[in-house]
Each structure stands twice: as structure tokens, then as C-alpha cells.
Ligand binder design. Structure first.
Ligand SMILES: Nc1ncnc2c1ncn2[C@@H]1O[C@H](COP(=O)(O)OP(=O)(O)O)[C@@H](O)[C@H]1O
Ligand SMILES: [Mg+2]
Length: 263
């Protein structure tokens, strides 16, 4: 039996009505590793994440979860979104506690909230309201809430893209440390290649729509050993950009598909 959860996709395809957005995607997200999905806007990254998280059934192919979920895990597959989705009428601690209500006793809940607030550097903000927080702090709350359920698999859809560059850089370092410590299976969608090389153990490069796997790039270095400005990572980022530049330009020319604005 494997420790942790492994997500195995076999020949996954997806269509919205008659528009095919994903084609022939076979990949495995491994426990303790970060699988990053990159590709031009509209190529199906969010759709693929939705399929991996079981929110969306693939039109073709299969997704299978293998392995073991720890007994204290309350929600095996947990999402972190880019728009934070916090309840404005609940404090920071209240927002985190929300996902634990009805599942843990009051005392267990308080312990768990305390623990994840400490982990995400939010202890001093436990009683603050979301509107009092910067975007970066709000996204920390989003992360704290996701970690509170001890997810076996963390699914992140461009969690930093609503933030300014400085906040993003700071949070990126924190994310790397948190992810490495938590040992979950992580799938991280981004269109930012610097994020991809900072966080990814495997970077899955998708073509423009219909998204197909162009390449899978592996980076074995531990996340704790990767720094902004690192020459090897910069070279990898440049190589990734070479792979997707033409597709990104073409996707840009095509513009968003009518009737649906993609993130
Ligand atoms: N619910 C939906 N119904 C119809 N079309 C959709 C829906 N969601 C996404 N799309 C379209 O599918 C394509 C892929 O979308 P998405 O997975 O959001 O791409 P990405 O996250 O890579 O930008 C886009 O063209 C988008 O407009
Ligand atoms: Mg998206």
C-alpha cells in the first residue's frame, strides 16, 4: 500500500458541448510531489484540475485514486482558488473553522485552527476580518483553510495570480515550505513559469486548446533548495517559455471563446 494518494489519469479527454478542450492526457500526480500544469490561457488547465479533483467527469478516459488516506484527513481532495472565497462576516479563525464544523468537536476544532494559523503565519490575525487583510494575507487564510482538513491532495488553481508581484514572491517561498512539510500530493496550475520552476517536481506542459501534453519536465531538486534568481531555474524557465511561446501567442490572437470568459 502506498502512503498518500496518487492520482492517475489515463487518456483523459474533455469536451464542452462540441468544443474539445482536452485530449489524450495521461499523467500521474505522486504523493509528496508537486505536479504543475502550465499552458496558454484557455488550454484546459482549470478543466483538467476539476477532473483531477472529481468536480467534473471526463468525457473520455479515466481518473483513478490509488493509495491510502490518513485517518485524520477530513477532505481528501481539497481546492485552493485564486479569488480566496472567504466569508466576509467571519473572522480569520471563523473562516478556517468553517470547514471543520460538524466534523470535529469544539476543542479539536480550536486546536486544529490554532495549528494551521501558526503554520501559515496568521496567529496574530485570528480575530481579524477578511476586509482588514491584504490580498496576500487573505490567500494565506485560503491556504490555512485548505490545510485544516489535512488534505491528501491539494489542488491549486492559480492561487497567486490575483496578487501583486512582491506578495506573490513572498507567498511562493511560504508555499514551497508548507507544501514540502505537508507531504501531500499537490497539483498546481499556473501560467507563470517562474512559479512552475520554483514549485514543480514535474511540470506538465500543455499545448493550446485542445490541451495535449507537449512535454513533462522533471526537476528533482528539493523545493527548499530553490531560490529566486537561481541560474539553473532561470534556464529551465527559458526552456519552458520556448516550448509554449508560439502556442501562447496563438491563444492570445484567438482571444477568449464567446460566451465564456476563462480565468
Ligand atoms: N463550463 C464551461 N462551459 C463551456 N466552456 C467552458 C467551460 N469552462 C471552460 N470553458 C472553455 O474551455 C476552455 C478551457 O477552459 P479552462 O479549463 O478554464 O482553461 P485554462 O484554465 O487553461 O485557461 C476555454 O476555451 C474556456 O472558455
Ligand atoms: Mg484557468
Amino acid at each position: 500500500m502506498t502512503a498518500g494518494l496518487r492520482l492517475v489519469l489515463d487518456k483523459v479527454g474533455h469536451a464542452y458541448d462540441d468544443m474539445t478542450v482536452l485530449d489524450d492526457i495521461s499523467l500521474t500526480a505522486e504523493p509528496g510531489r508537486v505536479t504543475v500544469l502550465v499552458g496558454p490561457s484557455g488550454c484546459g488547465k482549470s478543466t483538467l484540475l476539476g477532473i483531477m479533483g472529481g468536480m467534473l467527469a471526463p468525457t473520455t478516459g479515466t481518473v483513478c485514486c490509488q493509495g491510502e488516506v490518513a485517518p485524520d484527513c477530513l477532505n481528501p481532495l481539497t481546492y485552493v482558488f485564486q479569488d480566496f472565497a472567504l466569508l466576509p462576516w467571519r473572522s480569520v479563525a471563523g473562516n478556517v473553522a468553517l470547514v471543520l464544523e460538524g466534523r470535529l468537536s469544539r476543542a479539536e476544532r480550536a486546536d486544529r485552527v490554532r495549528e494551521v494559523l501558526a503554520l501559515t503565519g496568521l496567529t496574530a490575525f485570528a480575530d481579524a476580518w477578511p476586509r482588514q487583510l491584504s490580498g496576500g494575507m487573505r490567500q494565506r487564510v485560503g491556504i490555512a483553510r485548505a490545510l485544516a482538513v489535512r488534505p491528501a491532495c491539494l489542488l491549486m488553481d492559480e492561487p497567486l495570480s490575483a496578487l501583486d508581484a512582491q506578495t506573490r514572491a513572498l507567498l511562493l517561498d511560504d508555499f514551497a515550505a508548507l507544501i514540502e512539510r505537508s507531504g501531500t500530493t499537490t497539483v498546481y496550475v499556473t501560467h507563470n513559469l517562474a512559479e512552475a520552476v520554483r514549485l514543480g517536481h514535474r511540470i506538465v506542459v500543455l499545448s493550446r486548446r485542445p490541451g495535449r501534453i507537449r512535454e513533462i519536465v522533471s526537476i528533482d531538486r528539493p523545493l527548499s533548495d530553490r531560490r529566486a534568481g537561481d541560474a539553473d531555474l532561470a534556464a529551465m524557465e527559458a526552456a519552458l517559455w520556448d516550448m509554449i511561446r508560439d502556442d501562447a501567442a496563438a491563444a492570445e490572437r484567438d482571444g477568449p471563446v464567446s460566451g465564456h470568459v476563462s480565468a
